[in-house]
Design a protein around this ligand. Structure first.
Ligand code: AMP
Length: 215
């Protein structure tokens, strides 16, 4: 299955993509994760991406598209993929259409996870990540067993710079301006499926699997 996940930052795309990766045995490709791993290892791409990410802005299309182009050509994408956080703009979506056409394949579904802004703000301000292994937590909904310490690798958990409230507000603004129009883009192509992502993770997962016909 060739799938893209749409939804505001903090709507749970990453969580659902991780679930789907296991269930469908296809790779989960997150442009945000690719940028973060480049930031961690101090590459030129990482430095460039950080200057946008920390302000809550999008990394320029040309840079982002190049990364996805290389990734989709790798062998493990032959049987499908889950794109999480790409496309985020109309030019990125148009590029993806062209690239898949050139590869002789097409997208199956654009899965949109809907969550209200007020819930997003609540979720993101409590989100914590482990810089060691990438595991994510929430201070209220999913705290680590020991306060501030990752259950898995025992590193101290931190708040992502771009999860701080001021940055979350600009990310939401960018989402509504630049990414939300993709909902109409994929609806017009008959590829859009929307699920409610407002409730518990397990409920959203059930809805996602039902929507994809994999329940
Ligand atoms: P995410 O983890 O998907 O929320 O991504 C974190 C940040 O990486 C975003 O707020 C953007 O600054 C950047 N980013 C990720 N994917 C894209 C994309 N497709 N286009 C532009 N910027 C992106």
């Amino acid at each position: 299955m060739r799938l893209i996940l749409l939804g505001a930052p903090g709507s749970g795309k990453g969580t659902q993509a991780t679930m789907l990766q296991e269930k469908l045995s296809i790779p989960h490709i997150s442009t945000g994760d690719i940028f973060r791993s480049n930031i961690k290892s101090g590459t030129e791409l990482g430095k460039l991406a950080k200057s946008y990410i920390d302000k809550g802005q999008l990394v320029p299309d040309s840079v982002t598209i190049d990364i996805v182009k290389d990734r989709l050509l790798q062998d493990d994408c032959k049987n499908g993929f889950i794109l999480d956080g790409f496309p985020r703009t109309i030019p990125q979506a148009e590029y993806l259409e062209d690239a898949l056409k050139n590869m002789g394949i097409a997208l199956d579904v654009a899965l949109n996870i809907h969550v209200e802004d007020s819930e997003i703000i609540k979720r993101m301000s409590g989100r914590r990540v482990c810089p060691g292994c990438g595991m994510t937590y929430h201070l209220i909904y999913n705290p680590p067993k020991e306060n501030g310490v990752c259950d898995g690798c025992k590193s101290g958990v931190i708040q992502r710079e771009d999860d701080k409230e001021e940055t979350v507000l600009s990310r939401l603004k960018v989402y509504h301006q630049q990414t939300e129009p993709l909902i109409e883009f994929y609806k017009a192509k008959g590829k859009l499926v929307t699920v409610e992502g407002q409730d518990k993770v397990e409920d959203t997962s059930k809805e996602v699997l039902k929507a994809l016909g994999k329940a």
